[in-house]
Design a protein around this ligand. Structure first.
Ligand code: UD1
Length: 367
């Protein structure tokens, strides 16, 4: 029997890893969960464990925020010690955050087989720290689980052997389908005085949008104008909150700022939004799964299926494109979209099926 170590660290990891941890548990696989502590505020971390029913981490590395090098290095030092103590036979990482890369390098150097969930996504924009994390993590992974067809194509083009690549679908969408009905039944819009189907939901946290102060000013001015037609609810990431305060950037009364929201509250709000404006990666996917119009405040996306199949459009931080997009959505001129292949709520089952076959082939079955 083998021992599996799953690593999480930042908010988007939790929804991707939970269905895999649950599926491993259902099949009786020996496993332990490591939380790096990259995100540590209760609203960015604990609440997700509670709502997703993700077991408490067996090991908490408590690394916290720092520069990229220091954060990545601190996770590596702590995770290496964890691996030496617990001796996992397989490490699973997901997504593209610094915790993903740090854990991947440690596993590779200790010669522990490594699985990457959400492999192969590429924005081809090295100014995004996540792009560096994706490329390097894939480079050292043994099992690469792609969420969409573009991931498979990129991995093939980069010379990854075919046998390592598995198109399994989207684990984040597994979590979404499991929870969306309960999330909507709670009517989270009431808390903010909103009507379902008649508000815009905004999130912003990318350094290119919030650390570049002119970009942030332009975006906030545009959001203020959008709010003249459609009430805006804006749960503010801590990074963004700090910039708005530092630069004294004001919002109009139509824009409601809140702290980061729990998973179920945000999911319910997203499901009944008129539209979503975001620079997040995961929210582009979640809106496509829900069929809700999404304007992505970026020049590129590593998730092209959300555009070709889904409800997403890239608008950068250009006020004219953003306002034109919102006007089209309000007029009802927006594709309803369809879900990319395997975004069906069963991606984690396919991941564990592949792990099962991989273990059997090596003579080390999962159970
Ligand atoms: C990280 C990921 C990003 C992901 C995002 C989701 C990297 C490189 N970036 O970005 O891909 O989309 O998470 O949220 O891994 N902070 C708090 N409390 C917290 C966590 C962070 O106040 O619990 C503040 C700190 O001031 C910190 C800043 O937010 O310096 C940024 O946090 P960090 O984890 O470095 O990056 P994110 O912007 O959250």
């Amino acid at each position: 029997m083998i021992k599996v170590c799953s690593v999480v660290g930042a908010r988007p990891n939790f929804m991707k890893m939970t269905p895999i941890v649950h599926e491993l548990a259902r099949r009786g696989v020996e496993q332990f969960l490591v939380h790096t502590g990259q995100h540590y505020d209760a609203r960015m971390s604990d609440v997700f464990f509670d709502e997703l029913n993700l077991p408490k981490p067996d090991v908490f590395l408590g690394v916290g925020s720092d520069s990229h090098a220091k954060q990545t290095a601190a996770i590596m030092v702590a995770f290496e010690a964890t691996c030496l103590e617990f001796r996992p036979d397989l490490v699973i990482v997901s997504g593209d955050v610094n915790s993903t890369l740090a854990a991947a390098i440690v596993a590779a150097k200790l010669m522990i087989p490594l699985a990457h969930v959400e492999a192969g996504l590429r924005s081809f924009d090295r100014a995004m720290p996540e792009e560096v994390n994706r490329v390097l993590t894939d480079r050292v992974s043994d099992l690469l689980f792609a969420s969409e067809e573009s991931g498979v194509t990129h991995l093939r083009n980069e010379g990854v052997p075919e046998a390592r690549i598995h198109l399994v679908g989207n684990c984040m969408v597994d979590s979404l389908f499991k929870h969306v009905d309960v999330a909507v039944s709670r009517s989270p819009w009431n808390e903010f005085g909103l009507e379902p189907g008649s508000y815009a939901l905004v999130t912003l946290h990318r350094p290119s949008n919030v650390d570049e102060i002119e970009a942030l000013r332009t975006l906030m001015a545009t959001i203020n104008r959008v709010a003249e037609h459609l009430p805006v609810l804006f749960p503010v990431h801590p990074r963004t909150r700090a910039r708005l305060a530092q630069e004294a950037i004001a919002t109009t009364p139509g824009v409601r700022l809140t702290d980061p929201l729990p998973y179920l509250t945000f999911l319910g709000l997203m499901a009944k939004a008129k539209c979503v404006l975001t620079d997040s990666g995961g929210i582009q996917e979640e809106t496509t799964a829900l069929g809700v119009p999404c304007l992505t405040l970026r020049e590129n996306t590593e998730r092209p299926a959300t555009i070709t199949c889904g409800t997403n459009r890239l608008v950068g931080n250009d006020p004219a494109q953003i306002e034109a997009g919102v006007a089209e959505i309000r007029a009802g001129h927006w594709p309803t979209g369809s879900r990319p292949p395997f975004w069906d709520g069963h991606a984690a089952v396919r991941v564990v099926d592949v792990l099962d076959a991989w273990g059997a082939e090596r003579g080390t079955p999962l159970t």
